[in-house]
Design a binder for this molecule. Sequence first.
Ligand code: MGD
Ligand code: MGD
Ligand code: SF4
Ligand code: MO
Length: 689
Amino acid sequence: MIDQLPQKIVGSCPLDCPDTCGVITEVQDGRAVNFYGDPDHPVTQGWLCTKVRPFLDEFVYHPDRIATPMRRTSKKSDAPAFAPISWDEALDEIADRWNGIIDRYGAEAILPYSFSGTLGTLQNYIAGARLFNRMGASQLERSICGAAAAAATEYTIGRKLSVPYADVIHSKLIILWGTNPISTGPHFMPFLNKAKKNGTQVVVIDPRRTRTAKQAHWHIAPKAGTDGALALAMANVIFAENLHDKAWLQQHSLGWEQFEEHVAKYTPEWAAEECGLEAETIVKLARLYATNTPSLIKSADGVQRHTNGGQTFRAIVSLPAITGQYGKLGAGLAYSTGGFYKWDSEQFNRWSECPKPGRWVNMNRLGAALTGEIQDPPIMSLYVFTANPAASTANAALVRQGLLREDLFTVVHELFMTDTADMADIILPATSQLEQIDVHRAYGHTVLSINEQAIPPFGECRSNWDTSRALAKAMGYTEQWLHDDAETVIDELLANSKTAGVSELSVAKIREMGGSYEPSVDQQRPWSDGIFETPSGKVELFSQAMADDGHAPLPTYTAPHDVTPPAGELSDALSLISGASHYAVTTVFGNSNGMKKHNPEPFVEINPADAAARGIANGDRVEIMNGRGSVQVKAVVTDGVRTGVAIAPKGHWAKFHGGKNINWLTPDALGDLAGQSTYHTNLVWISKV
Ligand SMILES: Nc1nc2c(c(=O)[nH]1)N[C@H]1C(S)=C(S)[C@@H](COP(=O)(O)OP(=O)(O)OC[C@H]3O[C@@H](n4cnc5c(=O)[nH]c(N)nc54)[C@H](O)[C@@H]3O)O[C@H]1N2
Ligand SMILES: Nc1nc2c(c(=O)[nH]1)N[C@H]1C(S)=C(S)[C@@H](COP(=O)(O)OP(=O)(O)OC[C@H]3O[C@@H](n4cnc5c(=O)[nH]c(N)nc54)[C@H](O)[C@@H]3O)O[C@H]1N2
Ligand code: SF4
Ligand SMILES: [Mo]
């Protein structure tokens, strides 16, 4: 046989990351032999992050991949045990159980739960929508990540659009507000570094001196959850010192005079107390921001995972308006491009051919929902795919309690035996990104890319869409749109898009373009026409829509508030932030060698002053506790975190660390907008073990 050169297949990184990298898989004899960043992708530029470089060994060919469907053979409270079954047996059993539940309780007793294992439009979103819409199952309110920021953005400036990474070369000043792109969206960094060489100043606002903060010109570390106060005080200074852009405000905004009056009370002195900063710092920041234009605020979702996150984000996105930055080259806001591609909701969801949508169940309340908060009917079956809620959801002890219910029929579609899969009645084996086709839009840029299937499925694995099709068949649903092949669904999605230029695309056409489609530079630059997709077409500093929805119509500050029953004196509590780990993407790679090598043991960072007050030395084993639970971890004493705050990255699987992770402490209270998660409004007490 003649040796064949490996075939190069283009794809997209599926993980929850704004960069959605273009990837190349080299395939020989049906096996992926090489995997790297697409050199032709304008954002990826030929390199992948440290987490995904070893994707073949650490994910696709990981020795622990699940190969067949399995049925539970142990009690839920015992060590998990499973026996392999055939797909037909698994599908029959699921359909039987679901039909029984629908007959007795109605379809709303079934709850699909999915979030961010893959961000593929077909494999995550359409696969998660159509089948369960057709069933009339409960609808999951997907608010675990950035719902409050999204809602705040939409109320204020309309669709979620962003200044392109490449345009930061035009920014004179960039504020990275509660975001750590070196870890969480690293392809922004080459653009930022180029801008810095060009003289751009960089400010980072984060209670932690992150990898990104270490490289900034100025790092400001407020107390957790107080950014709303900081932003409103900046607005106060900008108006008081006449640094606002009156002409722009008059033409492009609504309610700015009310806003000016409203922020008069948010003085720098008041905010200094609230934020744990000096008043001069706030004044200096406000002046720097308002006088170095074009200026850009880049933010992400960490800063809004607080009880006041929605109003905080409202205050932050108001700042580019009062200084007239929206629409200037390299200026305004870089939060998310998630609103760039508009799909047709009817084509996507097939609402018109489905029963009335089921009631909404907030994913952040999963534990509560499974243990009695949701009644009439109670949740009797949970279908989890593309998510690992037993490790990633807040108040995880309660989630676990819910999953322990013997009468809850849990199906988990997974690649690995995660904390969640361990609690399943039936496990279905899932393909990896290399074994499935998909289409991806990104939330950090506007490239639309195809992910080609590169290799055959591992074992008996099936993609989310193929599993949805098989389940639809088992349930006797005959609608064609539940059974179309993947490429047909993607073609239809593109053809019905409301974004200019996209309806002419198809999988075949994007293939001809080399796997990805990039809109024109002009199209990528938002707000240059001065029009905003709000009810008034302007930036709504005063939002009637918010008032109508029962929210304060002007950006307002309320201190973050954790309702946890105290586990000590309130004055001894620290605010625990459990943001991204550098080595995992949420809990994906929690079972990888990278994690075992670089972050084998969960840790908590605390400031030397806070450590000394508790008699804690670097490396000590400590207990973190609050009214929800406790975990034991290693203490890292460092001035890289401000006083009053503790840092413990997310991403660890509970099963590898004595059955608990950091989410045994996090709150399941909802934030002020859009049912947002509030992971970081989390009071804890830390002591030496
Ligand atoms: N403490 C704390 N917890 C947090 C956060 C925090 O800041 N602090 N952040 C939250 C945020 S922002 C998010 S987005 C959530 C994410 O939480 P989840 O949505 O639960 O995401 P992951 O934990 O990454 O789990 C994804 C799972 O999907 C599987 N998977 C990957 N690809 C596929 C596929 O194609 N098909 C199927 N069926 N499965 C697949 C992976 O193996 C993995 O187990 O976590 C939240 N959890
Ligand atoms: N390596 C890696 N990359 C990831 C992920 C991951 O788990 N690991 N997760 C992905 C997901 S799901 C998401 S949503 C994005 C999130 O992307 P980011 O929002 O950039 O990441 P986070 O670490 O959640 O939060 C960013 C920063 O917010 C800070 N922060 C928390 N509370 C406050 C506050 O009150 N004020 C201020 N100013 N800062 C605060 C944290 O200290 C943290 O450094 O990243 C994605 N990329
Ligand atoms: S996780 Fe982000 S940076 Fe890493 S390869 Fe995927 S898209 Fe790129
Ligand atoms: Mo997220």
